[in-house]
Design a protein around this ligand. Structure first.
Ligand SMILES: Cc1cc2nc3c(=O)[nH]c(=O)nc-3n(C[C@H](O)[C@H](O)[C@H](O)COP(=O)(O)OP(=O)(O)OC[C@H]3O[C@@H](n4cnc5c(N)ncnc54)[C@H](O)[C@@H]3O)c2cc1C
Length: 455
Protein backbone atom coordinates (compact mmCIF):
# COMPACT_ATOMS: atom_id res chain seq x y z
CA UNK A 1 0.00 0.00 0.00
CA UNK A 2 1.34 3.42 -0.96
CA UNK A 3 0.88 4.72 2.58
CA UNK A 4 3.74 2.60 3.87
CA UNK A 5 5.98 2.56 0.83
CA UNK A 6 6.79 6.18 0.09
CA UNK A 7 10.52 6.85 -0.12
CA UNK A 8 12.22 10.08 0.89
CA UNK A 9 15.42 9.39 -0.99
CA UNK A 10 16.66 11.73 -3.70
CA UNK A 11 13.88 14.22 -3.14
CA UNK A 12 14.53 17.14 -5.46
CA UNK A 13 11.29 19.02 -5.39
CA UNK A 14 10.00 21.12 -2.51
CA UNK A 15 6.54 19.82 -3.28
CA UNK A 16 5.11 18.03 -0.23
CA UNK A 17 4.88 14.26 -0.60
CA UNK A 18 1.62 12.55 -1.46
CA UNK A 19 0.54 11.16 1.87
CA UNK A 20 -2.91 9.98 0.88
CA UNK A 21 -3.80 12.22 -2.02
CA UNK A 22 -2.43 15.48 -3.26
CA UNK A 23 -4.47 17.48 -5.64
CA UNK A 24 -2.35 20.35 -6.84
CA UNK A 25 -5.39 22.29 -7.95
CA UNK A 26 -6.22 23.40 -4.40
CA UNK A 27 -6.56 27.16 -4.75
CA UNK A 28 -5.48 27.81 -1.17
CA UNK A 29 -2.25 25.82 -1.69
CA UNK A 30 -1.60 27.91 -4.82
CA UNK A 31 -2.28 31.10 -2.90
CA UNK A 32 0.57 30.29 -0.50
CA UNK A 33 2.80 28.96 -3.33
CA UNK A 34 3.06 25.71 -1.40
CA UNK A 35 5.06 23.94 -4.07
CA UNK A 36 7.91 26.38 -3.51
CA UNK A 37 7.63 26.68 0.27
CA UNK A 38 10.21 25.11 2.51
CA UNK A 39 8.97 21.75 3.71
CA UNK A 40 10.93 20.61 6.77
CA UNK A 41 13.18 17.56 6.70
CA UNK A 42 11.79 14.28 8.04
CA UNK A 43 12.69 12.79 11.39
CA UNK A 44 15.54 10.29 10.99
CA UNK A 45 17.11 8.01 13.62
CA UNK A 46 16.23 7.57 17.29
CA UNK A 47 14.97 10.45 19.45
CA UNK A 48 13.39 11.32 22.78
CA UNK A 49 11.00 14.16 23.55
CA UNK A 50 8.69 15.29 26.33
CA UNK A 51 5.65 15.59 24.11
CA UNK A 52 5.11 14.34 20.55
CA UNK A 53 2.22 15.71 18.49
CA UNK A 54 1.13 13.68 15.46
CA UNK A 55 -0.54 15.71 12.71
CA UNK A 56 0.19 19.23 11.51
CA UNK A 57 -3.35 20.45 10.91
CA UNK A 58 -5.06 23.06 13.06
CA UNK A 59 -5.51 20.60 15.96
CA UNK A 60 -1.80 19.75 16.10
CA UNK A 61 -0.70 23.33 15.50
CA UNK A 62 -3.01 24.73 18.16
CA UNK A 63 -2.01 21.99 20.61
CA UNK A 64 1.66 22.83 20.00
CA UNK A 65 0.99 26.55 20.48
CA UNK A 66 -0.93 26.07 23.72
CA UNK A 67 1.30 23.35 25.19
CA UNK A 68 4.38 25.47 24.52
CA UNK A 69 2.78 28.31 26.52
CA UNK A 70 2.21 25.95 29.45
CA UNK A 71 5.64 24.31 29.21
CA UNK A 72 8.24 26.80 27.96
CA UNK A 73 11.12 24.38 28.52
CA UNK A 74 9.85 20.99 27.43
CA UNK A 75 10.95 19.38 24.20
CA UNK A 76 7.89 19.33 21.97
CA UNK A 77 8.11 17.66 18.55
CA UNK A 78 5.35 17.82 15.95
CA UNK A 79 5.38 15.09 13.29
CA UNK A 80 3.48 15.71 10.06
CA UNK A 81 3.33 13.12 7.28
CA UNK A 82 3.27 15.59 4.39
CA UNK A 83 3.41 19.27 5.32
CA UNK A 84 1.57 21.40 7.87
CA UNK A 85 -1.86 22.22 6.45
CA UNK A 86 -1.82 19.25 4.09
CA UNK A 87 -5.09 17.76 5.44
CA UNK A 88 -8.51 19.35 5.81
CA UNK A 89 -6.93 22.35 7.53
CA UNK A 90 -5.34 23.60 4.31
CA UNK A 91 -8.24 22.70 2.04
CA UNK A 92 -11.45 23.87 3.72
CA UNK A 93 -13.92 26.68 3.13
CA UNK A 94 -12.27 28.95 5.69
CA UNK A 95 -15.57 29.55 7.52
CA UNK A 96 -14.93 30.39 11.12
CA UNK A 97 -18.34 29.87 12.71
CA UNK A 98 -18.47 31.04 16.30
CA UNK A 99 -21.99 30.01 17.27
CA UNK A 100 -21.38 26.26 17.36
CA UNK A 101 -21.79 25.77 21.11
CA UNK A 102 -24.84 27.96 21.73
CA UNK A 103 -27.63 25.38 21.36
CA UNK A 104 -30.07 25.11 24.27
CA UNK A 105 -29.17 28.48 25.85
CA UNK A 106 -32.82 29.56 26.42
CA UNK A 107 -32.79 28.28 29.98
CA UNK A 108 -29.51 29.99 30.89
CA UNK A 109 -29.23 33.12 32.98
CA UNK A 110 -27.35 36.10 31.59
CA UNK A 111 -24.09 35.14 33.24
CA UNK A 112 -24.19 31.61 31.81
CA UNK A 113 -25.12 32.86 28.36
CA UNK A 114 -22.16 35.19 28.32
CA UNK A 115 -19.90 32.35 29.40
CA UNK A 116 -21.19 29.98 26.71
CA UNK A 117 -20.89 32.65 24.03
CA UNK A 118 -17.36 33.38 25.13
CA UNK A 119 -16.45 29.70 24.94
CA UNK A 120 -18.14 29.22 21.57
CA UNK A 121 -16.14 32.06 20.05
CA UNK A 122 -12.82 31.17 21.69
CA UNK A 123 -11.40 29.62 18.48
CA UNK A 124 -11.74 32.88 16.60
CA UNK A 125 -10.26 34.81 19.51
CA UNK A 126 -7.19 32.60 19.45
CA UNK A 127 -6.78 33.15 15.71
CA UNK A 128 -6.98 36.90 16.32
CA UNK A 129 -4.43 36.52 19.09
CA UNK A 130 -1.87 34.87 16.81
CA UNK A 131 -2.57 37.55 14.21
CA UNK A 132 -1.93 40.38 16.64
CA UNK A 133 0.94 38.78 18.58
CA UNK A 134 2.85 37.10 15.77
CA UNK A 135 1.77 39.03 12.67
CA UNK A 136 0.03 35.98 11.19
CA UNK A 137 -1.43 36.79 7.77
CA UNK A 138 -4.45 34.72 6.85
CA UNK A 139 -6.89 37.17 5.19
CA UNK A 140 -9.26 37.11 8.15
CA UNK A 141 -12.46 39.06 7.49
CA UNK A 142 -15.01 39.29 10.30
CA UNK A 143 -18.04 39.76 8.09
CA UNK A 144 -20.57 37.53 9.82
CA UNK A 145 -22.63 34.75 8.26
CA UNK A 146 -25.62 34.74 5.94
CA UNK A 147 -27.91 31.69 5.77
CA UNK A 148 -30.32 31.60 2.86
CA UNK A 149 -33.60 29.78 2.25
CA UNK A 150 -34.31 27.95 -0.99
CA UNK A 151 -37.92 27.03 -0.17
CA UNK A 152 -40.73 27.67 2.32
CA UNK A 153 -39.54 24.99 4.72
CA UNK A 154 -36.19 26.76 4.94
CA UNK A 155 -37.90 30.12 5.54
CA UNK A 156 -39.60 28.59 8.58
CA UNK A 157 -36.24 27.30 9.83
CA UNK A 158 -34.74 30.78 9.45
CA UNK A 159 -37.65 32.31 11.35
CA UNK A 160 -37.10 29.78 14.11
CA UNK A 161 -33.38 30.58 14.27
CA UNK A 162 -34.17 34.31 14.28
CA UNK A 163 -36.59 33.87 17.19
CA UNK A 164 -33.97 31.80 19.05
CA UNK A 165 -31.28 34.44 18.59
CA UNK A 166 -33.75 37.08 19.85
CA UNK A 167 -34.61 34.99 22.86
CA UNK A 168 -31.03 34.49 23.93
CA UNK A 169 -30.13 38.13 23.30
CA UNK A 170 -28.01 37.68 20.18
CA UNK A 171 -28.21 39.86 17.12
CA UNK A 172 -29.71 38.59 13.85
CA UNK A 173 -31.57 40.16 10.92
CA UNK A 174 -34.19 38.36 8.88
CA UNK A 175 -33.96 39.48 5.26
CA UNK A 176 -36.85 39.27 2.80
CA UNK A 177 -37.72 40.79 -0.59
CA UNK A 178 -35.70 43.86 -1.57
CA UNK A 179 -33.66 43.78 1.65
CA UNK A 180 -32.43 40.32 0.74
CA UNK A 181 -31.80 41.34 -2.86
CA UNK A 182 -29.77 44.31 -1.68
CA UNK A 183 -27.58 41.96 0.38
CA UNK A 184 -27.32 39.17 -2.17
CA UNK A 185 -28.99 38.98 -5.56
CA UNK A 186 -30.02 35.45 -6.49
CA UNK A 187 -33.27 34.15 -7.99
CA UNK A 188 -32.86 31.01 -5.84
CA UNK A 189 -32.88 32.68 -2.43
CA UNK A 190 -36.26 33.44 -0.85
CA UNK A 191 -35.12 34.68 2.58
CA UNK A 192 -31.92 35.19 4.52
CA UNK A 193 -30.74 35.37 8.10
CA UNK A 194 -27.80 37.60 8.77
CA UNK A 195 -25.72 37.22 11.92
CA UNK A 196 -22.78 39.48 12.71
CA UNK A 197 -20.84 36.59 14.29
CA UNK A 198 -18.14 34.60 12.52
CA UNK A 199 -15.43 35.18 9.96
CA UNK A 200 -13.84 33.88 6.77
CA UNK A 201 -10.12 33.32 6.23
CA UNK A 202 -7.59 31.62 3.98
CA UNK A 203 -7.01 28.27 5.75
CA UNK A 204 -3.74 27.33 4.05
CA UNK A 205 -2.25 30.70 5.00
CA UNK A 206 -3.35 30.19 8.60
CA UNK A 207 -1.85 26.68 8.73
CA UNK A 208 1.50 27.67 7.21
CA UNK A 209 1.69 30.75 9.43
CA UNK A 210 0.88 28.76 12.56
CA UNK A 211 3.73 26.44 11.63
CA UNK A 212 6.01 29.50 11.61
CA UNK A 213 4.68 30.68 14.98
CA UNK A 214 5.20 27.38 16.79
CA UNK A 215 8.69 27.08 15.37
CA UNK A 216 9.45 30.59 16.60
CA UNK A 217 8.21 29.40 20.00
CA UNK A 218 10.71 26.56 19.93
CA UNK A 219 8.57 23.59 18.85
CA UNK A 220 10.47 21.21 16.57
CA UNK A 221 8.42 20.56 13.43
CA UNK A 222 9.21 17.52 11.31
CA UNK A 223 7.34 17.34 8.01
CA UNK A 224 7.48 14.47 5.48
CA UNK A 225 7.39 12.22 8.56
CA UNK A 226 4.76 9.53 8.30
CA UNK A 227 4.03 7.84 11.61
CA UNK A 228 3.65 4.12 10.98
CA UNK A 229 2.97 2.80 14.47
CA UNK A 230 2.20 4.00 17.97
CA UNK A 231 3.00 1.67 20.86
CA UNK A 232 1.27 2.90 24.03
CA UNK A 233 2.84 2.56 27.48
CA UNK A 234 4.22 4.73 30.25
CA UNK A 235 6.66 5.83 27.62
CA UNK A 236 5.05 5.83 24.20
CA UNK A 237 7.02 4.66 21.20
CA UNK A 238 6.24 6.40 17.92
CA UNK A 239 7.66 4.71 14.81
CA UNK A 240 8.03 6.72 11.66
CA UNK A 241 9.10 5.67 8.18
CA UNK A 242 12.69 6.76 8.77
CA UNK A 243 13.07 6.83 12.53
CA UNK A 244 11.48 6.62 15.93
CA UNK A 245 10.81 8.86 18.86
CA UNK A 246 9.65 8.18 22.40
CA UNK A 247 7.84 10.43 24.82
CA UNK A 248 5.82 10.17 28.04
CA UNK A 249 2.87 11.99 26.37
CA UNK A 250 1.59 12.25 22.82
CA UNK A 251 -1.21 14.11 21.03
CA UNK A 252 -3.25 12.43 18.30
CA UNK A 253 -4.11 15.25 15.89
CA UNK A 254 -4.87 13.24 12.77
CA UNK A 255 -8.65 13.61 12.74
CA UNK A 256 -9.93 11.71 9.65
CA UNK A 257 -6.68 9.78 9.35
CA UNK A 258 -6.64 8.50 12.95
CA UNK A 259 -8.08 5.05 12.13
CA UNK A 260 -5.03 4.30 9.95
CA UNK A 261 -3.06 3.96 13.18
CA UNK A 262 -5.86 2.14 14.97
CA UNK A 263 -7.45 5.10 16.79
CA UNK A 264 -11.22 5.75 16.90
CA UNK A 265 -11.90 3.05 14.31
CA UNK A 266 -15.56 2.92 13.24
CA UNK A 267 -16.25 6.03 15.30
CA UNK A 268 -14.43 8.90 13.60
CA UNK A 269 -15.50 8.46 10.00
CA UNK A 270 -13.57 10.01 7.10
CA UNK A 271 -15.62 11.84 4.51
CA UNK A 272 -14.49 13.83 1.50
CA UNK A 273 -15.76 17.28 0.70
CA UNK A 274 -15.10 19.17 -2.54
CA UNK A 275 -14.75 22.79 -3.53
CA UNK A 276 -14.29 24.96 -6.58
CA UNK A 277 -12.81 28.43 -7.04
CA UNK A 278 -13.79 30.78 -9.84
CA UNK A 279 -11.55 33.18 -11.66
CA UNK A 280 -11.58 36.69 -10.10
CA UNK A 281 -14.87 38.47 -10.79
CA UNK A 282 -14.93 41.89 -12.45
CA UNK A 283 -16.39 44.85 -10.55
CA UNK A 284 -19.54 44.62 -12.71
CA UNK A 285 -19.92 40.96 -11.88
CA UNK A 286 -19.62 41.69 -8.16
CA UNK A 287 -22.17 44.47 -8.50
CA UNK A 288 -24.57 42.12 -10.28
CA UNK A 289 -24.69 39.73 -7.32
CA UNK A 290 -24.47 42.25 -4.47
CA UNK A 291 -22.69 40.47 -1.62
CA UNK A 292 -20.81 43.67 -0.88
CA UNK A 293 -20.61 42.74 2.81
CA UNK A 294 -18.77 39.53 1.93
CA UNK A 295 -20.33 37.20 4.52
CA UNK A 296 -19.86 33.45 4.61
CA UNK A 297 -22.94 32.20 2.74
CA UNK A 298 -24.71 28.87 3.11
CA UNK A 299 -28.11 27.40 2.38
CA UNK A 300 -30.24 25.25 4.62
CA UNK A 301 -30.49 21.93 2.81
CA UNK A 302 -29.43 18.80 4.64
CA UNK A 303 -26.66 18.48 2.05
CA UNK A 304 -25.96 22.15 1.95
CA UNK A 305 -23.79 24.32 -0.19
CA UNK A 306 -21.53 27.07 1.13
CA UNK A 307 -19.59 29.84 -0.55
CA UNK A 308 -17.46 32.84 0.24
CA UNK A 309 -15.51 35.53 -1.52
CA UNK A 310 -11.70 35.54 -1.43
CA UNK A 311 -9.47 38.59 -1.14
CA UNK A 312 -8.49 38.03 -4.79
CA UNK A 313 -12.14 38.60 -5.78
CA UNK A 314 -12.90 34.94 -6.51
CA UNK A 315 -15.76 32.85 -5.15
CA UNK A 316 -14.93 29.59 -3.42
CA UNK A 317 -17.94 27.27 -3.27
CA UNK A 318 -18.22 23.82 -1.80
CA UNK A 319 -20.36 21.21 -0.15
CA UNK A 320 -23.48 19.85 -1.79
CA UNK A 321 -22.41 16.25 -1.76
CA UNK A 322 -19.93 14.92 0.80
CA UNK A 323 -18.59 11.52 -0.24
CA UNK A 324 -17.80 8.51 1.85
CA UNK A 325 -15.57 6.19 -0.16
CA UNK A 326 -14.27 3.47 2.10
CA UNK A 327 -12.13 3.16 5.18
CA UNK A 328 -8.90 3.10 3.17
CA UNK A 329 -9.57 5.42 0.28
CA UNK A 330 -9.79 8.71 2.09
CA UNK A 331 -10.34 11.01 -0.84
CA UNK A 332 -9.92 10.89 -4.56
CA UNK A 333 -8.51 14.40 -4.36
CA UNK A 334 -10.94 15.53 -6.96
CA UNK A 335 -14.34 14.04 -7.66
CA UNK A 336 -15.33 15.41 -11.08
CA UNK A 337 -18.99 14.48 -10.65
CA UNK A 338 -19.29 16.45 -7.42
CA UNK A 339 -17.25 19.38 -8.72
CA UNK A 340 -19.56 19.61 -11.74
CA UNK A 341 -22.59 19.66 -9.47
CA UNK A 342 -21.09 22.49 -7.42
CA UNK A 343 -20.37 24.36 -10.66
CA UNK A 344 -23.97 23.90 -11.80
CA UNK A 345 -25.21 25.27 -8.47
CA UNK A 346 -22.94 28.29 -8.81
CA UNK A 347 -24.74 29.28 -12.01
CA UNK A 348 -28.19 28.34 -10.69
CA UNK A 349 -27.64 30.62 -7.71
CA UNK A 350 -25.99 33.33 -9.77
CA UNK A 351 -27.11 33.06 -13.42
CA UNK A 352 -25.74 36.57 -13.99
CA UNK A 353 -22.23 35.05 -13.70
CA UNK A 354 -22.72 32.65 -16.61
CA UNK A 355 -19.47 32.35 -18.55
CA UNK A 356 -17.30 32.88 -15.46
CA UNK A 357 -14.43 30.39 -15.51
CA UNK A 358 -13.99 27.80 -12.79
CA UNK A 359 -10.23 27.79 -12.32
CA UNK A 360 -9.74 25.32 -9.48
CA UNK A 361 -11.48 22.24 -8.11
CA UNK A 362 -10.20 20.17 -5.19
CA UNK A 363 -11.19 17.92 -2.35
CA UNK A 364 -10.24 17.28 1.24
CA UNK A 365 -10.81 14.66 3.87
CA UNK A 366 -12.50 15.56 7.09
CA UNK A 367 -14.30 13.44 9.67
CA UNK A 368 -17.79 12.93 10.95
CA UNK A 369 -18.99 11.33 14.14
CA UNK A 370 -22.57 10.30 14.77
CA UNK A 371 -23.97 13.50 16.23
CA UNK A 372 -21.39 15.52 14.28
CA UNK A 373 -19.66 16.84 17.36
CA UNK A 374 -16.05 16.75 18.39
CA UNK A 375 -14.48 14.84 21.24
CA UNK A 376 -11.35 16.14 22.94
CA UNK A 377 -9.68 14.29 25.76
CA UNK A 378 -7.16 11.81 27.01
CA UNK A 379 -7.06 8.01 26.67
CA UNK A 380 -4.74 5.09 27.34
CA UNK A 381 -3.95 2.98 30.40
CA UNK A 382 -1.48 5.66 31.49
CA UNK A 383 -3.76 8.57 30.52
CA UNK A 384 -1.04 10.01 28.35
CA UNK A 385 -2.56 9.92 24.84
CA UNK A 386 -4.32 13.24 24.25
CA UNK A 387 -6.56 13.80 21.24
CA UNK A 388 -9.02 16.09 19.46
CA UNK A 389 -11.17 14.65 16.64
CA UNK A 390 -14.51 14.69 14.82
CA UNK A 391 -15.31 18.38 14.56
CA UNK A 392 -18.42 19.71 12.85
CA UNK A 393 -16.98 23.16 12.16
CA UNK A 394 -13.32 22.46 12.68
CA UNK A 395 -11.68 25.77 11.77
CA UNK A 396 -12.45 27.42 15.12
CA UNK A 397 -13.11 24.21 17.10
CA UNK A 398 -9.60 22.87 16.47
CA UNK A 399 -8.14 26.05 17.97
CA UNK A 400 -10.22 25.44 21.09
CA UNK A 401 -9.26 21.76 21.10
CA UNK A 402 -5.57 22.71 21.24
CA UNK A 403 -6.23 24.88 24.27
CA UNK A 404 -8.19 22.13 26.01
CA UNK A 405 -5.51 19.52 25.29
CA UNK A 406 -2.87 21.77 26.89
CA UNK A 407 -5.05 22.45 29.91
CA UNK A 408 -5.83 18.76 30.39
CA UNK A 409 -2.11 18.03 30.20
CA UNK A 410 -1.32 20.36 33.09
CA UNK A 411 -4.35 19.12 35.05
CA UNK A 412 -6.38 22.32 35.00
CA UNK A 413 -10.07 22.19 35.84
CA UNK A 414 -12.13 24.96 34.24
CA UNK A 415 -15.18 25.53 32.03
CA UNK A 416 -13.29 24.32 28.96
CA UNK A 417 -11.82 21.16 30.47
CA UNK A 418 -15.20 20.32 32.02
CA UNK A 419 -17.15 20.92 28.81
CA UNK A 420 -19.45 18.14 27.64
CA UNK A 421 -17.23 17.45 24.60
CA UNK A 422 -14.27 16.62 26.82
CA UNK A 423 -13.70 12.88 27.03
CA UNK A 424 -17.06 12.45 25.28
CA UNK A 425 -17.70 8.86 24.17
CA UNK A 426 -17.83 8.83 20.38
CA UNK A 427 -20.75 6.68 19.23
CA UNK A 428 -20.05 3.49 17.28
CA UNK A 429 -20.91 4.06 13.63
CA UNK A 430 -21.31 0.45 12.53
CA UNK A 431 -18.96 -1.90 10.71
CA UNK A 432 -16.83 -0.34 7.97
CA UNK A 433 -18.05 -2.79 5.30
CA UNK A 434 -21.66 -1.69 5.69
CA UNK A 435 -20.97 1.98 6.08
CA UNK A 436 -20.71 2.74 2.39
CA UNK A 437 -24.26 1.48 1.86
CA UNK A 438 -25.46 3.30 4.95
CA UNK A 439 -23.88 6.52 3.60
CA UNK A 440 -25.53 6.08 0.20
CA UNK A 441 -28.92 5.42 1.86
CA UNK A 442 -28.56 8.33 4.29
CA UNK A 443 -27.64 10.71 1.49
CA UNK A 444 -30.55 9.57 -0.64
CA UNK A 445 -32.94 10.15 2.27
CA UNK A 446 -31.41 13.52 3.11
CA UNK A 447 -31.69 14.64 -0.50
CA UNK A 448 -35.22 13.39 -1.00
CA UNK A 449 -36.72 14.61 2.26
CA UNK A 450 -34.25 17.38 3.05
CA UNK A 451 -33.60 15.75 6.41
CA UNK A 452 -31.39 17.75 8.67
CA UNK A 453 -29.19 15.47 10.67
CA UNK A 454 -27.17 18.04 12.47
CA UNK A 455 -27.98 21.62 11.49
C1 LIG B 1 -13.35 20.72 1.74
C2 LIG B 1 -13.55 20.98 3.20
C3 LIG B 1 -14.23 22.12 3.61
C4 LIG B 1 -14.38 22.40 4.96
N1 LIG B 1 -14.90 23.61 5.31
C5 LIG B 1 -14.87 24.00 6.61
C6 LIG B 1 -15.22 25.33 6.95
O1 LIG B 1 -15.47 26.17 6.08
N2 LIG B 1 -15.24 25.66 8.28
C7 LIG B 1 -14.94 24.76 9.25
O2 LIG B 1 -14.99 25.12 10.42
N3 LIG B 1 -14.54 23.50 8.95
C8 LIG B 1 -14.47 23.11 7.66
N4 LIG B 1 -14.02 21.87 7.32
C9 LIG B 1 -13.54 20.97 8.40
C10 LIG B 1 -12.17 21.40 8.91
O3 LIG B 1 -11.30 21.66 7.85
C11 LIG B 1 -11.58 20.28 9.81
O4 LIG B 1 -12.49 20.00 10.86
C12 LIG B 1 -10.25 20.67 10.44
O5 LIG B 1 -9.37 21.23 9.50
C13 LIG B 1 -9.60 19.46 11.09
O6 LIG B 1 -8.30 19.80 11.48
P1 LIG B 1 -7.32 18.69 12.05
O7 LIG B 1 -6.04 19.34 12.35
O8 LIG B 1 -7.98 17.96 13.16
O9 LIG B 1 -7.17 17.63 10.87
P2 LIG B 1 -6.31 17.77 9.52
O10 LIG B 1 -6.25 19.17 9.04
O11 LIG B 1 -6.86 16.77 8.57
O12 LIG B 1 -4.86 17.39 9.96
C14 LIG B 1 -4.44 16.07 10.18
C15 LIG B 1 -2.99 15.99 9.74
O13 LIG B 1 -2.47 14.73 10.11
C16 LIG B 1 -1.54 14.33 9.12
N5 LIG B 1 -1.39 12.88 9.21
C17 LIG B 1 -2.32 11.94 8.94
N6 LIG B 1 -1.81 10.72 9.14
C18 LIG B 1 -0.52 10.88 9.54
C19 LIG B 1 0.53 9.97 9.90
N7 LIG B 1 0.35 8.66 9.88
N8 LIG B 1 1.71 10.50 10.25
C20 LIG B 1 1.90 11.85 10.30
N9 LIG B 1 0.95 12.73 9.96
C21 LIG B 1 -0.25 12.26 9.59
C22 LIG B 1 -2.20 14.77 7.82
O14 LIG B 1 -1.27 14.91 6.77
C23 LIG B 1 -2.83 16.10 8.23
O15 LIG B 1 -2.01 17.20 7.93
C24 LIG B 1 -13.89 21.51 5.96
C25 LIG B 1 -13.23 20.35 5.56
C26 LIG B 1 -13.06 20.07 4.19
C27 LIG B 1 -12.32 18.84 3.78
Amino acid sequence: MRYFSRSHNNRKSLRPPDLYEYFVDNFWFKSVDLENQKINEPLRGKHKADIVIIGGGFTGLSAAYNIRKKYPNKKIVLLEGACCGYGASGRNGGFCITTDWIEGMEGFDLENRKKTLGMSSYGLRQIKQVISEYGVECDLEENGMLSVALNNKHVKVLEKHHAYYNKIGMESTLLLGDDLKAEINSPSFTAGLLVPYGAILNPAKLAREMKRVIEELGVEVREQTVVTRITPGKTILVDTELGEIQAPSIVIAMNAYSHKLGFFKNRVIPISVFQIATEPLSLEQWESIGWQNRQGLSDLRALYNYSRPTVEGRIVMGGVNPQYYSKDLLSSGNDKFVSRRIEEEMFTFFPQLKGLKIEHAWGGTTALTLGNKESIGVIGDHKNIYYGVGYGEGVPATQTAGRIIAELMVGESNDFTNHKFVNKQIPYAGPAGLRKYFAIGAKWLMNKYDLRLYR
